[in-house]
Every structure is written in C-alpha cells, then in structure tokens.
Design a protein around this ligand. Structure first.
Ligand code: ADP
Ligand code: ASP
Ligand code: MG
Length: 405
C-alpha cells in the first residue's frame, strides 16, 4: 500500500460531470489499495472572476481581503469532490488550508508555505478516509487566509506530498504531460517521457504554465516524485526526474513564451555611477521585480536603460520612476506592454556552443526583431513584439529539430 497525492487542475473540475470523472479516478487508486490525498483547484474561470471582482471594486485593494475572496474557489471544489466520492461509496472529507494546517508567511497573494502539520490528516487517512484538500490556500501567523500565487495548487500538492512523505505526486491536467513547447500553439510539439528538475524549473519560470515554478523548486529540494498526466485519458505522462536519469540529453529540450511582461525604457539618462542603483532601487522599494535588462550608451554621454517588469506591476513601476525624475533627470519614459518573452531551455547548453546563434538566425529568417536578450547557464531568452509570439515559437521549435515527425 502506498500513500499518494493526486492534484486536479481547473479544467479537470470544471463542472459536475468532470468532478464525477475525478471521483472515479480517485476511487480507482483507493481500490488499488492506496491511501489518497487529493488536491483540487477552483473550477476553471472561477479564480479569474474572483480576481476581477476585487480589482473592479478597487485596483489597489487590501491583499488580505483579496485572499479571503479568491481562496473560496477551492473551498467549493473540495466540498463538491468529497460529496461525489461519498456518492460512489468512498469515505472522504474536505480540508481547507487552515484546517490542516498549511502554514504560510504573510505575503498575501503570493504567500510561501512554511509548515504543514499533517498529523490529523494522516490519522484520518490511516482510517481509510480520502482527504480532499483545497489547493492554493494556507493560513498566515496572523490567523488570516493566504493564497500562493496563480497556479499555486501545484505547490499545495507537492508540499503536501513532501509533508505526508507520499510515494508520488500526480498532477492531473488538461494535457497528457510536459511537451517540448505549449501543444496548444505548436501542434507538432512532442511529449517528453522524462524531464529534469532543472529544465522544468527553468521552463516554468520563463512561462510554461503546466507547473507553477515554486512547485518544481519544492519538488527538487524535497525529492518529491512528480508526474504530469491527463485527467481525461490513461496515456503515460511525464516524470520529473534527476538529470542523470536522462540518458539521451537534448541540447534544447523545451521552448516557452510569456506575455506577462511589459517593457520600459528610461531614455537619455546621464551616464554616471549610481544611476542603475537609483532606478532599480526605486522599483525594488515598490516591490516591482525586474527581469531582463539592457543598457545602451550613446556618444553624447547619456544612456538608455531598457528592462521588463510584470504587466501587473506596470502602474506601480510608472509611479516609482516618476518619483525619481528630478533626481536623475532622464529624458523620457517609454512603456510597451505589447511584448513577449521567448525562451529556449536545455541542459545541453552547458556543453554546446552556437545554441543562442541558432535562435537569432531562426528569428532573423522570419524578420522578427529582437529587442532584449538575456541568458543563463541553461536558457536563452529574447524579447520580441507580442504579435510574433506563435510564429517565433513555431520557427524555433523547427530550428532546434523538436518537431514531431
Ligand atoms: P491546470 O488548470 O490543470 O493547472 P494549467 O492551465 O495551469 O492547468 O496548465 C496546463 C496548460 O499548460 C496546458 O493546457 C498548456 O496549454 C500549457 N502549457 C504551456 N507550456 C506547456 C508545455 N511545455 N507542456 C505542456 N503544457 C504546456
Ligand atoms: N485556482 C488558482 C488559479 O487559478 C490556483 C490553481 O489553479 O492552481 O490560479
Ligand atoms: Mg495550473
């Protein structure tokens, strides 16, 4: 008998029929003799609606009340799935984050899990009851409900698997595994039977939504065996494994895109020490994360500083930069939300030259202009106009020989 965690995303619990389908899958694992904890997301679309209610009422709302609102989507599905399980003869009950308890820090809207007290839950599971856990939520030391950032139910599932010392954590979603790129925009994408933690972490952090970045980080640190698979088919999924378990290493294993960033250019900044510290210091003070950065110096002793921030942070970044205008006397501020970041990821980059150049050549062949470039040990990212996102991803997928034959 094994203890396992099964996580079902929004599309998998989108209506009552799908919740019944999930209940049947859970029953199958119970009938196989396993102890099961299930983590559920909200019905698809529900979290977006709840987020919109908050921002429509007040754009700069109290993050603690935002959490009180958006955590409710998962409360509904956890109760519904428990009912569906009971209905087919499976003993089950729902658990909210605070009931377990899943302890987090107080960073409302993007809280991090700090502790899980699984003792009561384990007691109930030992007696044969399925635990249906509301994903995405926890409780902060101030006794208020927190949420873990969009896509956070993946992290709830991995953290629970670590806390319960589960044998594996199965992430059921609307695709049957991790592909070489988003199969919704590249029909020729190939399913990977295995992917390394490092590559999955990098892909998630540059925009591949299939797993939340923190869930991969946690799985890697806590050695949780994560598998991504479909809740609508019985096809084998993708295992996230250690790099040395992968025999055939590709130079590039995946391509990701993100339309969540906006580009800012601070023009004609005096080129002297301390300027970058002032600009990025002002942004950091407002909790604005900066991603890609490029600086061009011109002959007249001024420089243009271009960088990207999350689209959701654009208004705060604008205000922060407005506040230092008199201090550093820049020329003008340009903002462009219509950009996309395209990234190629692969551990093979550590040992192969020319990977970035293949990217630049493929984009040039499609006449796509590169606005900013950034690299890490196993990744190259470029910023381009958003309208070329699909074209760029498809061209790169072909250029790196990833297309399914
Ligand atoms: P869930 O609601 O189950 O958490 P998500 O929408 O968060 O599902 O994640 C699944 C989606 O991730 C897929 O529908 C797919 O469009 C997208 N995706 C992006 N990149 C990839 C990739 N490399 N492999 C598989 N899916 C991907
Ligand atoms: N329901 C939350 C969201 O839409 C969490 C999740 O689905 O993982 O972001
Ligand atoms: Mg998700």
């Amino acid at each position: 008998m094994a203890r396992i965690v099964m996580k079902f995303g929004g599309t998998s619990v989108a209506d009552l029929d799908r919740i019944r389908n999930v209940a049947r899958r859970v029953k199958r694992e119970v009938d196989n003799g396993n102890q099961v904890a299930v983590v559920v997301s909200a019905m698809s679309g529900v979290t977006n609606q709840l987020v919109k209610y908050c921002s429509d009422l007040s754009p700069l709302h109290d993050a603690r009340e935002y959490d009180a609102v958006v955590a409710t989507g998962e409360q509904v599905t956890s109760g519904l799935l428990a009912i569906a399980l009971q209905d087919i003869g499976v003993d089950a009950r729902s658990w909210q984050g605070w009931q377990i308890a899943i302890g987090t820090d107080t960073a409302h809207g993007k809280a991090r899990i700090q502790s899980i007290d699984g003792s009561e839950l384990i007691k109930q599971m030992d007696s044969g009851q399925v635990a249906v856990v509301a994903g995405f939520q926890g409780i902060a030391p101030d006794n208020r409900i927190t949420t873990l950032g969009r896509g956070g139910s993946d992290t709830s599932a991995v953290a629970l698997a670590a806390g319960l010392k589960a044998e594996r954590c199965d992430i059921y979603t609307d695709v049957d595994g991790v592909y070489t790129t988003d199969p919704r925009i590249v029909p020729k994408a190939r399913k990977l039977s295995k992917i390394s933690y490092e590559e999955m972490l990098e892909l998630a952090s540059v925009g591949a939504k299939v797993l939340q970045t923190r869930s991969v980080e946690l799985a890697m640190n806590e050695r949780v065996r994560v598998q991504v698979l479909s809740s609508f088919s019985d096809l084998p999924g993708t295992m996230v494994v250690d790099e040395d378990e992968i025999v055939e290493k590709e130079n590039v294993s995946g391509i990701a895109y993100s339309r969540d960033e906006a580009k800012i250019t601070v023009r004609r900044v005096p080129d002297r020490p301390g300027i970058a510290a002032t600009i990025f210091g002002a942004l950091a003070e407002q909790n604005v994360n900066v991603d890609m950065i490029v600086q061009n110096v011109s002959a007249d002793g001024t420089t243009d500083m271009t960088f990207t921030v999350g689209k959701a942070d654009l208004a705060r970044a604008h205000a922060a930069l407005g506040g230092i205008k008199s201090q550093i006397e820049y020329g003008e501020l340009l903002e462009d939300p219509n950009v996309a970041k395209i990234s190629v990821v692969g551990v093979g980059m550590r040992s192969h030259a020319g990977i970035a150049n293949t990217m630049f050549r493929a984009l040039a062949d499609k006449a796509i202009n590169i606005q900013v470039i950034s690299t890490s040990e196993i990744k190259v990212s470029v910023l381009i106009a958003a309208e070329y996102t699909e074209l760029a991803v498809r061209a790169l997928h072909t250029a790196y020989g990833l297309d399914a034959t």
